[in-house]
Design a protein around this ligand. Structure first.
Ligand code: MOS
Length: 744
């Protein structure tokens, strides 16, 4: 029988956001929106120095202020049991000692939380914070990467050892060579929603937390470890997240502070970070210095590539990312070497942000490729095609799928690349200089582990549950789409429940893995549930499908149907009725197999931009963007399109605006607000064409979908910088590309 499709709008591939109405009407509850009886308000007191220790902290005046319930600091804070034994609440990614909130007098960074004031209203808490007086013993601090490059050292992890393929630094002897240095300042995630935690205890050993996090299970684990609690006694809820971009990937000290405060005063405590605190307490993209050396033959074949980077971490943890890794795999090149070092500075620990590592590295690599193209007098797109990596050059393994050449072609057509006059500063639009630029990127397409419970209810509707928090891409929507297509129910009969740590374990939402990981688990659990239903319907006396072989059945539009005779069918709810069941449940754990040993699995993207540069004011306007992604099968073209556009917006900020400025005399970030730290607003965002190859990857997972979130941002800033060079003949190697840099 021909299986009819659901009508347009109800197909899995083009669903509107299932939670869109809740979001736009304000019905969606974010982590700071939960009002609990007896709620109190915590506000953090911050260190005003960058290094040293607290000599004295006078909390008396604050404690006597109206409405104040407690002031907690290292002198009176209960010991956090998990800290004593090395338990690690804010688990650092690659080792080091975590920052232990309120456990000692040490100051590691300016803006460090040193106390929490709890009052009956937020305003009273904010006021009382001003009454806390702190005296310090100050030490000399260091916060400047450029001034401390001599102190850069190899990270401890083995994967950061210098990499050499062929001969190191071979570009120095190449026929055509370029060598250039690039810098990216500190950038801050700045999701619209502030980080917020509301915690309340039930007795001595049970706590419930509403937290803004990208991983309810990892936050649960952090609190369990810190307070030595059992899993079932820590509940973490994250119903909605107003953007994360990586800031919610870890459990930060303020979360532990809120849980600690709620325990000490035995009342629910809500702690919402201020916008300035968002610049120091929840991570940032570390400052980076990079140097690229490229060597090529006169006909544009890469012979050598050297990529060096120096980045920063805190003194108490070692944060690293994959800044130089993209240079190992992006192009076919016989001689490649990388060096990656970090400097420990008196700042808070950086973290993953919007295409971490690859977005940083691709800025340098893809600008350098552009510079090489001019040295060769070769079209920059043609240079990339000539050096396409047909296999993974590091592991010498085939790609699971790679449509980067198709991305190049599709993007070039859509932007009108053939109309580009290759000569810099040659094109005009009115009084503006017009430039075309491009940049490409890749990102490891991973698949993690997830468990999903599927519940078929008596009314024939399906509930899917997993402890994943959706930081914005529309996870419930894509999962609904996958279930629609796999299970054969219309979307309005499917409910996806997420964001609750007591649901079956799911991954942290990060690294572009949710659709691949959770989507595969949804697929697998739907298939398992169908198998169970097939078993029931073919073994029940009196069922029209009794004794039919399961492989002769299809599942479509809420019916189990005999392939050869469509009149023989059983509606989903009737399976339950046949067996007198109120519901049917299947739980399925799903994870990758050994395919990664045989294939290299990556997503790819290319960005083409047109920019306009004003020759008198130096203002850069992005006129048009075409971004093309090879992210495997596109599960939902609306949410995927939005994600690609979001990456372009984020890349626009990186290219033209974002710059967390530090006054190194004091170690403070001085533009720690959204008036002075610029992010793109609607008027900065041009027409964006978000295009997909949309071909399933045959290897990565049963749904064929690779990662998308990060590649949307990898290579974009380079495309803008390259377009600015084409427009003006000025090569800006230090982000962001602000007018002052173009006017010198
Ligand atoms: Mo992403 S930087 O893994 O939230």
């Amino acid at each position: 029988m021909a299986i009819e499709k659901f009508p347009e709008g109800q197909q899995g591939g083009a669903l509107d956001r299932v939670d869109g109405r809740q979001k736009v009407t304000g019905a969606a509850k974010y982590s700071a929106d939960h009002i609990i009886p007896g709620l109190t308000y915590g506000v953090l007191v911050e260190s005003t120095i960058a290094k040293g220790y607290i000599k004295n902290i006078d909390t008396k005046k604050a404690e006597r202020a109206p409405g104040v319930l407690a002031v907690i600091y290292h002198g009176n804070a209960p010991k956090i049991p998990g800290y004593q034994t090395g338990g690690n609440p804010a688990k650092p990614p690659t080792g080091g000692e975590p920052f232990r909130v309120f456990q000692n007098a040490q100051i590691y960074f300016a803006g460090q939380p040193i106390a929490i004031v709890i009052a009956d209203t937020y305003e009273r808490a904010i006021y009382a914070v001003t009454l806390v007086k702190t005296e310090y013993n100050k030490d000399e601090h260091r916060t400047n990467v450029e001034a401390n490059k001599d102190k850069a050292a190899l990270p401890k992890g083995p994967r950061y050892a210098d990499y050499v393929r062929g001969e190191a630094d071979a570009y120095q002897n190449a026929a055509i060579k370029i060598e250039a240095e690039y810098t990216i300042p500190v950038e801050v995630h700045n999701p619209m929603e502030l980080h917020a935690t509301t915690a309340f205890w039930d007795g001595e050993d049970k706590v419930t937390v509403y937290d803004k996090t990208q991983g309810v299970k990892s936050t649960q684990r952090s609190i369990m470890d810190a307070f030595k609690l059992k899993e079932q006694n820590v509940q973490v809820h994250t119903d909605f997240v107003g953007g994360g971009f990586g800031s919610g990937l870890r459990t930060w000290p303020h979360v532990i502070a809120a849980v600690l405060a709620a325990k000490k005063i035995n009342k629910p405590v809500k702690l919402v970070l201020t916008r300035p605190q968002m610049f120091t307490m929840v991570g940032y993209r570390p400052y980076s210095w990079q140097k690229i050396g490229l060597g090529a033959t006169a006909d544009g074949k890469l012979t050598a590539l050297t990529h060096e980077a120096i980045s920063e971490t805190s003194t108490y943890e070692e944060f690293t990312d994959r800044t130089v890794d993209i240079s190992k795999v992006m192009y076919a090149c016989p001689n490649v070497n990388t060096r990656y070092k970090i400097i420990a500075l008196d700042k808070s620990t950086p973290t993953w942000m919007r295409g971490p590592g690859e977005a940083t590295g691709a800025f340098a690599l893809e600008c350098a490729m552009d510079e090489l193209s001019y040295a060769l007098q070769l079209d920059p797109l043609e240079l990339r095609i000539r050096n396409h990596a047909d296999v993974d050059p590091v592991r010498n393994l085939p790609w699971s799928s790679k449509y980067l050449k198709e991305c190049y072609q599709k993007g070039a057509e859509a932007i009108g690349w053939s109309k580009r006059n290759p000569k810099p500063n040659s094109m005009r639009e009115g009084e503006w200089q017009l430039g075309y630029g491009m940049g490409a990127g890749n990102f490891n397409a991973n698949r993690g582990r997830a468990t999903v419970k599927a519940i078929l209810l008596a009314d024939g509707s399906l509930v899917l549950q997993s402890a994943v928090s959706d930081s914005g891409p529309g996870t419930a929507t894509t999962m609904t789409g996958i279930a629609t297509e796999t299970f054969g129910l219309p979307p309005n009969k499917i409910t996806v429940e997420l964001g609750d740590s007591s649901l079956p374990p799911g991954p942290t939402q990060g690294g572009s893995t949710t659709t691949s990981t959770l989507g595969s688990a949804v697929h697998d659990v739907c298939v398992a549930l169908q198998q169970k239903m097939a078993e029931l319907v073919t073994t029940k006396e009196g069922s029209v499908l009794k004794d039919v072989k399961p492989e002769d059945l299809v599942f479509a539009k809420g019916f189990i149907v005999l392939k050869t005779d469509a009149s023989k069918r059983v509606a989903y709810p009737d399976v339950l009725k046949q067996w007198n069941l109120s519901k049917l449940e299947v739980t399925k754990d799903s994870q990758a197999g050994d395919e990664r040993n045989k294939y290299s699995i990556y997503s790819f993207a290319v960005h083409f931009v047109q920019v306009l540069v004003h020759p008198v004011t130096g203002v850069v306007r992005i006129k048009k963007v075409v971004t093309v992604a090879d992210a495997g099968k596109i599960i939902n073209r609306k949410t995927a399109g939005s994600q690609l556009m979001g990456g372009v917006v984020s890349g626009t900020g990186m290219a033209l605006m974002e710059d967390a400025v530090f006054d190194h005399r004091f170690g403070h970030c001085i533009n720690n607000n959204l008036a002075d730290y610029h992010v793109p607003v609607s008027a900065d965002v041009p027409h964006i064409e978000a295009l997909f190859i949309d071909k399933p990857d045959p290897v990565i997972n049963p749904i064929g979908s690779k990662g998308l979130g990060e590649i949307a941002n990898v290579g974009f800033a380079a495309a803008v910088a390259n377009a600015v060079y084409h427009a003006t003949g000025k090569r800006i190697r230090a982000l962001p590309i602000t007018p002052d840099k173009l006017l010198v």
